[in-house]
Design a protein around this ligand. Structure first.
Ligand code: ZN
Length: 585
């Protein structure tokens, strides 16, 4: 707002004061209104992610998304313009996409031709657009959607997601998005299903002067607008829908170049808040070390042609492809690493390169992602770090729901511990992998992981594409690499809630072992036993085995290296006691 030059203080002091007072009051009321505005409940469809694709959505290839976000931190608003490009595979007269109905659509154009308002409707989050003419296989279709409003504010990001309007210590805007649980439709028009990865996503993020907007992929450039704002242009290859993120703050950047064992060089960027240079440089050094470790252990960094990017966020974290959210406040840890940075970074392989074919397979993201922290610790500090981390994870396994249900699930159904496995996809998933590795050996295990992630055992930059994977596929691959049928293993560990129990009885010089499983399922899991310091393996082919001991005083340790995930009375009692102590809410 500019003041009228005629009303200079010398001539009209009273009026000027009134104007200033009025402006202050309006500004104050606007802030109060924004702070107290009750946000509407999300529409049922918008609140969840992973809806089956409609017939029309299955009839197109979603190839490009060009997204402009005009981010207005002061009034908690985003105005968007999205141009979505499709290759038609089967005739369609209409097309649907998902968008939060709280972000009203101002206009839609099909192939550049503006449509009448009656040509589209947003029905509870599913927008249907009637096309001006039927499109046939081989045709291209471009939809430009202009929309805007107040995007859903996260209640507890990243768990109850949305947009986070925060402020830095200096009172500057600090904005982030985290929508894994609800999906991309919270701020852009998309197909809200993990099986849809757009070929190329271009973002143009417009922010007020003095703010930066790191995003997914490669930076194409920053434009200065005539009003002082800046537009940050980025391009990303095959990002997950929920990985597309907006991050805005007065960021500074710590950067270096990574030289890969696979022969490429890549920028490594950490976007941090002013005043944290030292911590930022430390984390940057750890990031470089971490890429090297993951490449040596799993395989090439999937986005070797873009960047490794991490951005400081007001929420804990999220695996936003090539721009991972980091909100762990540089906490020191006796383990000697930043678990959060490590965990989110693991998702570049387990989540972004390998994406679950259905959310029912979400342990492929979180179980593998969580197993990489103990593995990283073994590499950093030796066995103690690995064992300590595994023991910590073991204590939080709930065993209330199977990790995999075998039917289509939304992310919410899997993640909510009242309807699905919840945290078990992390910790039990990690322990299942630990047990599998013990069973089939390191080489078979890591080759199986590599094949699952890249679709081939010999990944090199340029010879693989992002892919979708399922539990059944990994079961088959692990079986091939381990040279045995592993159905029994995955049936008991992933498709049953309860753990197998190893019943051991000792009579004189006879030690009897027997597996008990839910529904009496077969479980020929071999068990290592140390007898007076001598290791032996009990094959347990029919689920039972006997060890003859040298004498009745022999010292026996069953599973001396804790290789096998199994029911444990002490942990169950401990968990029960902990649950009783928790205040009832
Ligand atoms: Zn995770």
């Amino acid at each position: 707002m500019s003041t009228n030059p005629e009303a200079s203080p010398a001539h009209r002091p009273d009026r000027t004061l009134w104007v200033i007072a009025a402006v202050l009051i309006v500004a104050f009321l606007a802030i109060v209104w924004i702070a107290n505005r009750k946000q509407p409940e999300l529409a049922a469809r918008t609140a969840k992610t992973g809806w089956p694709l409609t017939k029309e959505q299955q009839s197109v290839d979603f190839q490009t998304a060009d997204l402009t976000f005009d981010v207005q931190p002061n009034n908690h608003r985003i105005d968007g313009r999205a141009t979505l490009g499709f290759l038609v595979k089967a005739p369609i007269a209409k097309l649907q996409f998902d968008l939060d109905p709280e972000l009203p659509i101002e206009s839609i154009a099909a192939d550049g031709q503006a449509l009448q308002k009656s040509a589209w409707k947003n029905d509870g989050g599913l927008v249907t657009v009637n096309l001006p003419a039927t499109k046939n296989a081989g045709d291209r279709l471009s939809l430009t959607i202009v929309y805007g409003g107040h995007p859903h504010v996260a209640k507890r990001a990243p768990w109850d997601g949305g947009i986070v309007w925060s402020q830095t210590k200096q009172g500057k805007p600090w904005v982030a998005t985290a929508v894994e649980g609800e999906g991309c439709d919270l701020f852009w028009p998309c197909f809200d299903n993990s099986m849809v990865e757009v070929g190329t996503v271009t973002q143009h993020v417009i922010v007020p002067a003095g703010l930066a907007a790191p995003a997914n992929g490669r930076l194409l450039g920053v434009d200065k607008l005539s009003d002082g704002r800046t537009r940050w242009n980025w391009e990303a290859r095959r990002p997950n829908n929920y990985a597309i993120a907006i991050d805005v703050a007065p960021y500074k950047i710590a950067k270096t170049t990574y030289e890969s064992r696979f022969g490429y060089r890549m920028p490594v960027d950490f976007w941090y808040l002013p005043g944290e240079e030292k911590q930022a440089q430390n984390l940057l050094a750890e990031m470089v070390q971490t890429i090297g470790f993951f490449e040596a252990t799993v395989g090439p960094y999937p986005w070797w042609d873009e960047k490794m990017g991490v951005v400081e966020t007001p929420h804990l974290g999220m695996e936003h492809q090539t721009i991972n959210a980091y909100g762990n406040t540089y906490k020191s840890a006796p383990e000697g690493f930043d678990w959060l940075m490590n965990h989110e970074f693991s998702h570049e392989w387990f989540g972004n390169q390998l994406t679950n074919a259905d959310w029912d397979d979400m342990w492929l993201h979180e179980g593998f992602g969580s197993y990489m922290q103990p593995v990283s610790l073994a590499w950093l500090n030796g066995r103690m770090g690995y064992d300590a981390a595994m023991f910590k994870q073991r204590q939080t396994i709930a065993n209330k729901y199977p990790i995999v249900s075998g039917k289509h699930q939304t992310e919410e159904e899997v993640y909510n511990p009242k309807t699905g496995p919840g945290g078990d996809i992390y910790v039990k998933g990690s322990w299942v992998l630990h047990t599998l590795r013990g069973l089939i050996g390191d080489q078979a295990f890591w080759t199986a992981v590599r094949r699952e992630v890249y679709g081939r055992p010999d990944p090199r930059p340029g010879n693989f594409q992002p892919r979708f994977g399922s539990t059944n596929e990994f079961e088959a691959i692990a079986g091939q690499e381990g040279h045995r049928n592993l159905k029994w293993f995955f049936d008991v560990y992933l498709r049953q809630a309860h753990l197998p129990r190893l019943v051991t009885t000792r009579q004189g010089t006879s030690l009897n072992l027997q597996w008990q499983t839910p529904k009496g399922l077969p479980f020929p899991m071999p068990v290592e036993v140390d007898v007076d310091g001598q290791r032996q393996v009990v094959p347990m082919t029919s689920g039972r085995g006997t060890v003859t001991l040298p004498n009745s005083n022999s010292v026996v340790t069953v599973d001396p290296e804790s290789k096998i995930l199994r029911q444990n009375d002490a942990i169950d009692r401990y968990r029960d006691d902990q649950a009783k102590k928790k205040p009832k809410s």
